[in-house]
Write a protein that binds this ligand. Sequence first.
Ligand SMILES: NC(=O)c1ccc[n+]([C@@H]2O[C@H](COP(=O)([O-])OP(=O)(O)OC[C@H]3O[C@@H](n4cnc5c(N)ncnc54)[C@H](OP(=O)(O)O)[C@@H]3O)[C@@H](O)[C@H]2O)c1
Length: 294
Amino acid sequence: MILLDGKKPAAEVRSRVKREVERLRSLYGRAPHLAVILVGDDPASQVYVRNKEKACEETGVVSRVWRLSAETTTQDKLEDLILELNDSEDIDGVLLQMPIPDALDPLACQSLIDPAKDVDGFHPENMGRLVLGMPGLRPCTPAGVMHILERYSLSPCGKKAVVLGRSNIVGKPMAIMLSQPSLLSNATVTMCHSRTADVAAECREADFLVAAIGKPKFVTRDMVKPGAVVIDVGINRADEGLVGDVDFESVKDVASAITPVPGGIGPMTIAMLMSNTLQAYVWRMEEQGGEEPR
Ligand SMILES: NC(=O)c1ccc[n+]([C@@H]2O[C@H](COP(=O)([O-])OP(=O)(O)OC[C@H]3O[C@@H](n4cnc5c(N)ncnc54)[C@H](OP(=O)(O)O)[C@@H]3O)[C@@H](O)[C@H]2O)c1
């Protein structure tokens, strides 16, 4: 069984971003700049935002966090801030940390972020570009999964892949990425959700199984085809600490490769955010007439 450690490939991506930031900063006269909006004081979100700030510090990306109160932030106020950040010449990426308080409309906010600065890749234009196979900023978590598969030379080409979950941020883009007509994809994909008649039976068909449902240890040994590659996107807080959507201890002996939680897809997600921020910066600088990067 191969343990698909995400920390090493994530560190490699951050190193590449750092090298590029150093090179391009002198070419373009400034480093990439990421703006993060955090509404409310959800403890998990605070940790995620802190980890994003740390990754920015490490890679040389300038970051600034707008911390807004859940009580006083209205939809209008939040939209005004997004528009202001969209207009700001020296901001390359705008990220709204999810979830936002129930009184606010996440889709309306995400759709307002300038697609060129949409480093989370959730804007309808970037989603459309993903579906059509056009260049664009890709959602970080499924992009991190694809990166890990490539990094460990695990090709889903011609294989059956099952994605558990159909959220806009993980499940749907994941299913699209796995099924793209490209050498690193080309899987035949089934996407399961809470209304799927027999999730376990679907899972047992999978050569590649991606779990993203937010249910601790949901995927058990009996649901996994011997030799399958198992990717656990889930992050659940349990008494024993962070656990995934896969029962790692029982599944590791039947899978041919498996990601741990923590230390699997989590670090990859933040690394892909750094990569997207660099990409957004490069595209913006090129558009503003900067010298063509190598
Ligand atoms: N590693 C990372 O960096 C990272 C990033 C993002 C998310 N996550 C984690 O990934 C997990 C999923 O996140 P999310 O944002 O996609 O969650 P979400 O928006 O809550 O979506 C969960 C999806 O799972 C489906 N589902 C729920 N119970 C199911 C069941 N028993 N059988 C089959 N499908 C079921 C839901 O189906 P319906 O559509 O029918 O409701 C829904 O499509 C969470 O644990 C989250 O913390 C990790």
